[in-house]
Design a protein around this ligand. Structure first.
Ligand SMILES: [Ca+2]
Ligand SMILES: [Ca+2]
Ligand SMILES: [Ca+2]
Length: 211
């Protein structure tokens, strides 16, 4: 039987917010925030200044009109700078992950029975997106994290960072590059992911190293 031709004219959105949280010697929490304009999640580098008393940075990123053919992929590199006067230990994770459905169009509704709008948790896109996280410090050639973006990814990020990164210290005035790459392949999905989106927060947390 002839398989129905895929119609992928959807808008995939990967939006994420970056948060950097720092602690002083007394463990009090500084919260200050800045938000950048929405940017396309293709390839880019962002300098993020991490505390002294400094803050939390937020970024929303979107992927638009991808998937019309072949492999779709992208990535982002962050330069995490410790602009404080004390060393810190870095951890990375994701939170508030939501696979949204955004309704089903006609071809999608033939293969997808959960079609609400926004349909939080009903989207199928994140499950077919593969992500990898790398630390560019010369000591970690292999990915620290390899996970899809289904709801289990929040736990996977936490577990794998803990297991694979070890202790990542950034000295006062130092910086470190962390990158996240993502990809999905057309053979991994059918029309069920049309108009679906995945949204999550990427959290970088710099904890004071007690010396
Ligand atoms: Ca669905
Ligand atoms: Ca869907
Ligand atoms: Ca949809």
């Amino acid at each position: 039987m002839h398989k129905e031709k895929k119609v992928i004219q959807s808008i995939f959105i990967i939006a994420f917010t970056l948060a950097i949280v720092g602690f002083t010697l007394t463990q009090s929490l500084f919260r200050d925030s800045e938000t950048s304009d929405t940017s396309t999640f293709v390839v880019g580098t962002l300098d993020m200044e991490v505390l002294g008393p400094g803050g939390k940075a937020a970024e929303t990123i979107e992927v638009l009109n991808v998937g019309s053919s072949g492999v779709v992929s992208g990535g982002k590199t962050w330069v995490i700078k410790n602009v404080g006067t004390l060393p810190g230990e870095l951890t990375m994770g994701i939170e508030s992950l939501s696979n949204n459905e955004n309704g089903c169009n006609e071809p999608e509704s033939l293969v997808d029975s959960s079609c609400e709008n926004p349909g939080t948790g009903q989207g199928e896109f994140g499950a077919v997106v593969a992500t990898q996280v790398f630390i560019q410090d010369g000591n970690h050639p292999d990915p620290i994290i390899s996970s899809d973006l289904s709801s289990a990814a929040v736990d996977q990020y936490a577990l794998q960072w803990h297991a694979n990164a070890g202790t990542i210290n950034i000295p006062a005035g130092g910086s470190l590059e962390v990158s996240l790459q993502w990809s999905t392949e057309a053979q991994n999905f059918e029309n069920e992911i049309q108009s679906d989106s995945v949204i999550f927060d990427v959290i970088f947390d710099l904890q004071q190293v007690l010396i």
